[in-house]
Ligand binder design. Structure first.
Ligand code: AMP
Ligand code: MG
Length: 268
């Protein structure tokens, strides 16, 4: 799945990337789901090890247009992990208190500690996406942020955080279907937000803003993956397999037992 990883300084044209791509799994949806089920158990085991060892920190950033599948990815890919040791942080419209600080203030507090996985549902990237598209600050202000963000992520990486960033890439047509089913299905209606339509009107501007994000902030220490996300099962498969191979590469081990001969310990 490394083909979806962006090397640093890539120039990204999203129109050249097919959101319906499912390479390696054409006509194999059932097989894909089976693989995902196995992967979720594997992920559970690896997360247990990460937690037990208490050494590494993993930060997962999810970005997407509305209905892009951030919530669904969290629900499906992480279904077998122990909630202890994993935390999800969702970044909404900043509060007055958050706005009175710099834009990274609220983000830094949610980064993972040793042995933890933190999943960001939206992130500091909103500060160069929605903020840019809706002109919430002048251009001179958001332009400087790409550099801040690369430096901030570098700081986290230098201090022991592994960072993975996923852009869940859906098509505009797929978003239309998903928004429509939010309206049609009563149990999904709570998710419908008129603001989603305002953002949809600015689709092309968002794609341009995303292309800049992806081109300027995919780094060796915090790479972006552009995940084809029109097919939910394939999206989950891509994210899951990147997570597993990343965790495997950390070379983790359970803590060494230092209590002498465990057989000599008597429990009354
Ligand atoms: P949702 O994640 O769809 O439930 O909604 C969260 C909303 O908060 C989205 O419309 C985001 O664009 C918005 N949001 C998140 N971060 C910021 C930010 N830094 N500035 C302005 N809006 C934001
Ligand atoms: Mg929304």
């Amino acid at each position: 799945m490394d083909r979806y990883k962006l090397p640093p300084h890539s120039h990204v044209d999203l129109s050249e990337r097919d959101p319906r791509d499912r390479r390696g799994f054409e006509g194999r949806k059932r097989e894909g789901r089976r693989v995902l089920r196995e992967m979720s158990y594997e992920l559970g085991t690896l997360q247990e090890l990460l937690y037990a060892e208490g050494k590494h920190k993993l930060l997962i950033i999810l970005q997407a247009m509305d209905t892009g599948g951030k919530d669904g990815t969290i629900r499906h890919v992480f279904r077998s992990v122990n909630p202890q040791g994993v935390k999800v942080a969702s970044f909404k419209v900043p509060t007055l208190k958050e706005l009175s600080h710099d834009y990274l203030w609220r983000v830094h507090q949610q980064t993972p500690g040793k042995g933890e996985i933190a999943i960001f549902n939206r992130s500091h990237y909103e500060d160069v996406l929605v903020v840019r598209v809706h002109e919430l600050v002048p251009e001179g202000v958001w332009q400087r942020r790409y550099q801040h963000i690369n430096d901030f992520e570098r700081l986290l990486a230098d201090e022991g955080t592994t960072i993975l960033k996923f852009f869940l890439h859906i098509s505009k047509e797929e978003q239309k279907d998903r928004l429509q089913s939010r309206l049609d299905e009563p149990e999904k209606r709570w998710k419908f937000d008129m603001g989603d339509l305002r953002d949809r009107e600015r689709w092309d501007d968002y794609m341009e803003a995303y292309e800049d994000v992806l081109s300027k902030t995919s780094t060796e220490w915090a790479p972006w993956y552009v995940v084809p996300a029109d097919r939910k099962w394939y999206r989950n498969l891509v994210v899951g397999s990147v997570l597993i191979s990343t965790l495997e590469s950390l070379d983790m081990a359970y803590p060494v037992w230092t209590g002498g001969d465990p057989g000599a310990i008597v429990i009354d």
